[in-house]
Design a protein around this ligand. Sequence first.
Ligand SMILES: Nc1ncnc2c1ncn2[C@@H]1O[C@H](COP(=O)(O)OP(=O)(O)OP(=O)(O)O)[C@@H](O)[C@H]1O
Length: 232
Amino acid sequence: MQPSAPVIELHDVYVMQDVNTVLQKVDFTLEKGEFAYLVGRTGSGKSSLLKTLYADLPLGSGAATVVGYALPKLDNDNVPYLRRKLGIIFQDFQLLFDRSVAENLTFVLKATGWKGKAKIQQRISEVLMRVGLAGAAGKMPHQLSGGEQQRVVIARALLNEPLLLLADEPTGNLDPDVADSIMRLFVEINNAGTAVLMATHNYQIIKQYPKRVLQCKDGQLLDSARAGIELS
Ligand SMILES: Nc1ncnc2c1ncn2[C@@H]1O[C@H](COP(=O)(O)OP(=O)(O)OP(=O)(O)O)[C@@H](O)[C@H]1O
């Protein structure tokens, strides 16, 4: 990937669920280190777009590059490499509740090719420190609050130093104070250079931390960087 290349580049993309078109003619670019919210009513296509970006849904048509990989129209061997460069924070990627925090993180590191106990332990300490959970390695997920569990999910997404974080409703089930602290963590991670695309319904957060907004509406993706989006 070119050092200055965007982390997401979509041209005339169709986002599909099976044979149904969810979004059409999607054109947008997310630059390195940029932050954008993804908004829209329930069922408008936010999750489908994010799933397309991490190659969980095949690309309907159009051209798409994410962190330097062209998205496949069918299954493709590059998907594991693409996923390694992405941090994914999604409802479908929850913690394994029968394993400790450290075991949850080790599982991902081993699956992505890490070897050596000392290196693995060090990386786990680093990411837990990064999310403010330095003492949590030995805990089981159920011993942590909802906000702390979400921090572990974020730590897991950071393990391989992604260029891009894709997050689907990361503050969804959290009370306002905790949601705010999670949002501040995302801002911090973004300020350190990781691009973020975050689907959210939380307009309070958007008001408090104003950024570019992409909106799924009537089968299209509107972009505040091109035209004003009225948030209701
Ligand atoms: N697994 C699936 N199979 C078929 N259709 C689906 C599937 N998941 C979602 N859809 C459909 O795709 C469309 C977009 O759904 P999607 O989940 O992307 O919306 P969303 O904006 O993320 O909604 P929410 O805010 O509720 O999460 C909807 O019409 C939905 O019914």
